[in-house]
Design a protein around this ligand. Sequence first.
Ligand code: BES
Ligand code: MN
Length: 456
Amino acid sequence: MFDPLEKLKEYIRCQSVSADSSFGAGMTQARDFVSGLLGGIGLDVEVIDTPLHPIILAKRGGDPSWPHVVIYGHYDVQPPDPVDLWTTPPFEPTERDGRLYGRGAADNKGPFMVHVAAVGSLLEEHPDLPLRITFLVEGEEEIGSPSLEGFLSACKDCIAGDFVLLSDTASPSEDQIVITSGLRGIITLEAELIGASGDFHSGMHGGAFLNPIQALTGLCASLHHEDGRVNIDGFYDDIVEVAPWEREELSRLGTTEEEYREFVGVRKFKTLNDVSPFEGIRFYPTLEFNGIGGGYQGEGSKTVIPSSAFVKISCRLVANQDTDRIEKLVIAALRDRCPDDVTLTVKPGQKGDPYLVVPPGRPNTPSDQSPVLARAFESTIESVTRVFGRPPLFLREGGSVPIIADLHRALGMDSIMLGLCLPEDRLHAPNESLHLGVMKKAIPVSRDILKSVAGV
Ligand code: BES
Ligand code: MN
């Protein structure tokens, strides 16, 4: 068997930033790396072209009566910027204090490596393991998986399995593991306002027409009420009710509000209806501004009325909300409220549906839940409890992994999401790292899940 840590270091060296086309060579390198790795543990690897970044499928076939697990991961990472805030370079994996630093170490290269190492060692030990396995590794997760829908409709049969196993979500601490029971959906968009035909001297022209930054800030301000609620009629319709067991699990999070407040460094929380911040993240939708710009950004002042201004907006959505409907509502609010002095263009971006799975034995567990999935959940609970010393919590997460809802919609497959990232891992930020103790412990957990599904 290969050494998972050494392989992970090699993987992190591939600069696989999907958002930026100048990283094309790194994307190819990461793809070749994953193909080689999965081929090396005896799987049949196929690289499937898409309009953007190819998808890797690696299979262990077998008797159609055997259970079939699909293991998901993504080989793309977020851009490393701002690079000068990294202590060591983002694509030079570096070990410090039990952590491995590097872009993608936690999201998603390390947690993915856990499952590859588990399958590799399991197949070595049990060459006749009665289990079909398909690895599905995409290269567009961090940009909203635009090629996935086409892939799924063309290739349903080649990945239809009993359930999906992945680690692309978080846990609150190294000894409190979470099995993620829900993900928020997402829509992103960019709005641009154009006023005058060019930039103009703010003394010669100021006072004559509306400044697009002023129009934009007014427009943005209109999107929330004073108390923080999104000010768009119908935005909160349809949101799924929180089950009592979910609140009970959340009460065992092990992190206090004060600890979390200090961690993020804010003065106070602002949540919908004053719910706890932990509920605000998991159970309710948001509308956020992710970037805003226009006019002079350099040193000193520049007396100018800019021609244009822009804002990048995203909404996180919870189960039952209709992604398309919310996108329409937000765009309509922008159009209705934008002063007609300026021209508004809205560019829709990513879209991903929310997802919810109810583990076995809850009051709202679907009566037709697959027995293979139920068995896999039970063995995950059992193994996490033994290896990490405490039973896992089932919690929804605030983040999004759009493919998970797509797989459910297209193929009826539910997901077991073993959360292996920690709050300290700094996903998407400078100095991203992975807790190596968590990685090491998670490998036998993944093995236990696969063994129990195979019935050995
Ligand atoms: N792994 C994350 C999502 C995540 C992180 C879920 C922590 C739960 C806990 C994933 O790679 C990610 O960042 N997804 C993006 C999706 C977007 C770009 C469409 C996200 O959530 O912002
Ligand atoms: Mn990820």
